[in-house]
Design a protein around this ligand. Structure first.
Ligand code: SAH
Ligand code: SF4
Ligand code: F3S
Length: 479
């Protein structure tokens, strides 16, 4: 198959950061007869890996495809277009994708006209793209995180040219406001308030795959908030790799605390946000979170390591002491606050002592939830160039020890909830037991309980009866 290369990724271009204007109208929703004629009534299947940024991108892709008359299916076998939306943050995320493409490639033999597309963060890396193109001739479309708005025309081009198409441009990226969105959930929604990342933590690939930190205009964010409130949405999560940097690139005079406060006033029942970097978490934000009952008292505050030397090597811009002081201030000013975190174990040459600092920090903070990872070198990042003397078996041992420490505080916190009543937003039938329903408390604890279909999408009081480390059992409180 011939390959038509429009653009390929480039790590040097991906790191450039300038202040050029970033607003852009795509025209993606304008009626294009040729595209609609070709894609109308076709089926698509989409599988998304990775973080909420990718999930929200999936919703945009669904909007674009359904706009031209396509229908989503949950079976790749009956789909005309298959899209795998990938994540590159760690090697195991990538391995899953290779496994899935390996499984899907047989469908090319059954359906010669199939569009098998790979997008998302993995293809933003030149070596990975090259490896995929060599290993999987069955894949006939690659597009990057900055090309999503062109999705329908890229699919059409792939179908009509019968060539393999590659369109991935490494760039700082724009803010595009005229894209459609088909949400995955009818009562919980994500709102992007900004895209990209400028922090360049030395281990992380995200700034290279997502472009520069760029904020949406305040009014555009609030317009989306209003639309969701009018539709009866119960929960909004504001998204960005660093939500507390919101507005710094605009001259509108609004910061993230303003976004939270204005949304709280507009009556969203539950407001959440992710991710907030400890470095620019302002007192103003803390006070707004404390002031409004509809801003959840749950903050995801990734620490990554409890040792200041490692934090410096990671480029995190705060010390252990800075982090602990911030937590202290938060706990003083926000009663009932729950904290969760991300931790990386086995950063290059991390010593046993440095790791012990992470354990002690975990014990001091007493997290209610945590995501833990073994460091995974990402090609092109500064940390991947460091020589690392720590064997993987040792990293793996530290990882298990860390999880044990975390489970102590997580279980203690869960146990303290037993006997009390909490508001739970009911998600639906429990994934583990079809006789039970499940949902999350304000402090993001998963609860299973008996309820009825009518409760789905509502916030109801639930008494906690039993606690496990990662979930709770409760009963609905009537009246
Ligand atoms: N913007 C967010 C994080 C996005 S990535 C923040 O700064 O908090 C989510 C998490 O993946 C990170 O917090 C980090 O803990 C983990 N992570 C990122 N790169 C990693 C790597 N190379 N190896 C292991 N874990 C990594
Ligand atoms: Fe990655 Fe750091 Fe940016 Fe988070 S802040 S996305 S960890 S570079
Ligand atoms: Fe993964 Fe890209 Fe998100 S690398 S974590 S999907 S920004």
């Amino acid at each position: 198959m011939k390959t038509n290369v429009i653009n390929t990724p480039n790590m040097n271009k991906a790191k450039v950061r300038t202040n050029e204007a970033t607003f852009f109208m795509s025209g993606a929703t304008q009626n294009n007869e040729e595209i609609s004629k070709l894609l109308n009534n076709k089926n698509y299947y989409i599988h998304t890996y990775g973080c909420q940024a990718n999930v929200r991108d999936e919703e945009t892709m669904r909007g674009l495809l359904e706009n031209v008359g396509m229908t989503q299916t949950d079976s790749p076998e009956t789909s005309d277009v298959i899209i795998i939306n990938t994540c590159a943050v760690r090697e195991n995320a990538e391995d899953k994708v290779y496994g899935e493409i390996g499984n899907l490639k047989r469908l090319r033999k059954i359906n010669k006209d199939l569009v098998l597309a790979i997008c998302g963060c993995m293809v933003e890396q030149p070596e990975i793209l090259e490896r995929m193109m060599n290993t999987f001739p069955e894949v006939n479309l690659y597009f990057g995180t900055h090309e999503i708005y062109q999705l329908t025309s890229l699919i059409c081009e792939t179908i009509t040219s019968k060539e393999r198409l590659v369109s991935i441009e490494s760039k700082q990226g724009e803010v595009i406001e005229d894209l459609p969105c088909r949400r995955n959930n009818e009562f919980k929604a994500y709102i992007n308030i900004m895209y990209g990342c400028n922090k360049f933590c030395t281990y992380c690939i995200v700034p290279y795959t997502r472009g520069k930190e760029r904020s949406r205009r305040f009014n555009d964010v609030m317009k989306e908030v209003d639309e969701l409130v009018a539709l009866g949405y119960q929960e909004i999560t504001f998204l960005g790799q660093n939500v507390n940097a919101y507005g710094k690139d605009l001259d509108e005079g609004h910061d993230f605390a303003d976004v939270l406060e204005e949304a709280a006033k507009r009556g969203v029942p539950r407001i959440r946000f992710t991710t907030s970097h400890p470095w620019d978490f302002s007192l103003k934000m803390i006070d707004v979170i404390a002031k409004y009952p509809n801003i959840m008292k749950f903050i995801h505050l990734p620490v990554q390591s409890g040792n200041s030397e490692i934090l410096k090597l990671m480029g995190r811009r705060y010390t252990r002491e800075d982090y602990l002081n911030l937590v202290k201030t938060m706990r003083e000013r926000i009663p009932g606050l729950s904290l969760s975190t991300d931790i990386i174990v086995g950063f290059p040459n991390e010593t046993e002592e440095q790791f012990n600092d992470t354990l002690s920090l975990v014990d001091i903070v007493g997290y209610e939830a945590a995501f833990t990872f073994i460091y995974s070198p990402r090609r092109g990042t500064p940390a991947a160039r460091m020589k690392d003397e720590v064997p993987y078996s040792e990293k793996s041992r530290r990882f298990k020890e860390l999880v044990k420490h975390l489970e102590v505080s997580i279980s203690k916190d869960a146990l303290s909830m037993v006997g009390k009543i909490y508001d739970v937003l009911v998600d639906g039938v429990s994934k583990t037991d079809e006789n039970m329903y499940s949902g999350y408390t304000e402090n993001n604890k998963l609860v299973h309980f008996k309820a009825s279909k009518e409760d789905i999408g509502k916030i109801i009081p639930v008494r906690i009866l039993e606690s496990h480390t990662y979930s709770l059992i409760g009963e609905k409180v009537n009246g």
